[in-house]
Design a protein around this ligand. Structure first.
Ligand code: NAD
Length: 358
């Protein structure tokens, strides 16, 4: 047994179909004052539904949350919260809504609750990010954790199949990198393995029938575990690349994760045999990168960075930015390695060594 240290799990989590009904009790228990709901423009309807159920606890809806938390959005939300007399926030939606709540927790001392409706897992981490002048600044601060999280799979039924599957693969990336993180522990190994098993089992069902409650419930359960792994460990090359491509090049967050994951794992797992073995157990397949590559194809996930809007010339920028402030990684990585990896991901080629057309 290796030495390990495990941080306490800091966030109260309530999970279950219909659990939204307990939001009032959760708000009372956490002692939050009048709250403004934060959501994206397309999450407006759901946020208003939540507000209508809690008229005494909410003061309005701010519906301009956007991916990667632009600085201008933070300022607009801060002003809206002040003019509404909000003393707290409720983030309803995915990582964009939660990311805005984190920024307000950090910069305006507004505590919040999270009602996640995607699988991206931000609600389980102390990591915040704000984008300004095409550069995303991120940091870790315990003040940005929500006071409580209410996971209600019913709220994910309206998430399109396309967003669901990329968000689900985004979640798998958290668990996969947790398996070779420098601060992994037996607990994160257990959670990550179970998370990968549950998410990969659930996603085909979600893709086929996005309103099927069983698969939705399993996927959200897996998302909680994946997010918890993300919150308890230090991420590596895969997450660094996704931050760079999202922040500097404005590529969509979850699809970028989905495209890159088989490529980064094919590169990294050669230097992380324990992670490879645990992933192989979770997937019941002794070639995890090939398995995930085929899963992407089955799920209809975009195959290339080019499809996501990247320009060939952007890859050099991404290469430089990734290596300028590298994350810890199980395998040393240099400019040529990254060039090969990004070129294959850009073109939608299979990662080297994989013969895995579906
Ligand atoms: P998102 O929050 O942008 O949501 C994607 C789309 O789905 C949006 O248009 C949203 O309105 C819509 N949507 C969400 N829930 C819905 C529902 N139930 N029904 C219908 N539509 C719905 O996407 P995301 O992938 O969850 O989050 C991405 C953001 O989260 C990025 O900015 C990323 O950097 C951040 N993130 C941060 C962390 C962290 O730990 N700090 C972790 C993961 C992701």
């Amino acid at each position: 047994m290796r030495d390990f240290a495990v941080p306490a799990l800091p966030t109260r989590v309530a999970f279950g179909s219909g659990r939204l009904a307990s939001l009032r009790d959760e708000l009372t228990n956490t002692g939050l004052g009048p709250a403004v709901l934060l959501c994206t423009a397309s999450g407006r309807e759901l946020a208003h539904r939540v507000a209508a159920e809690l008229p005494e606890a909410t003061v309005g809806v701010f519906d301009q949350a956007r991916m990667h938390v632009p600085r201008a959005t933070v300022e607009a939300a801060r002003k809206a919260a002040a003019s509404l007399g909000a003393e707290a926030c409720i983030a309803v939606g995915g990582g964009s809504a939660v990311g805005l709540a984190k920024a307000l927790a950090l910069e305006a001392a507004l505590p919040y609750m999270a009602v996640p409706t995607t699988y991206s897992g931000s609600e389980m981490t102390a990591v915040w990010g704000i984008t300004e002048a095409r550069e995303k600044t991120t940091g870790r601060d315990e003040r940005v954790r929500p006071r409580a999280v209410v996971y209600d799979p019913d709220l994910t039924a309206s998430l399109s199949a396309g967003v669901s599957v990329t968000s689900g693969v985004n979640a798998i990336a958290h668990a996969a990198e947790a398996l070779y993180a420098p601060d992994r522990s037996p607990l994160t190994d257990l959670m990550a393995r179970e998370a990968v098993r549950a998410m990969t089992a659930a996603l085909p069902g979600v893709a086929e029938r996005p309103d099927a409650p069983g698969a939705r419930s399993s996927a959200l359960y897996a998302a909680w575990l994946c997010g918890t792994c993300l919150g308890m460990t230090t991420m590596s090359l895969h997450h660094k690349l996704c931050h760079v491509l999202g922040g500097a090049l404005d590529l969509p967050h979850a699809p970028t994760h989905a495209v890159l994951l088989p490529h980064v794992l094919a590169f990294n797992l050669t230097a992380a045999p324990e992670a490879r073995e645990l992933l192989a157990q979770a997937l019941d397949d002794d070639d995890p990168p090939a398995h995930l590559w085929r899963l992407n194809q089955t799920l209809g996930v975009p195959a290339s960075l080019r499809e996501l809007g990247a320009d060939r010339a952007d890859l050099a920028t991404a290469n430089v930015q990734t290596l300028a402030v590298p994350y810890p990684n199980p395998r040393p990585v240099d400019r040529n390695d990254l060039d090969r990896l990004l070129s294959a991901a850009f073109a939608g080629d299979a990662p080297p060594g994989l013969s895995c057309r579906a």
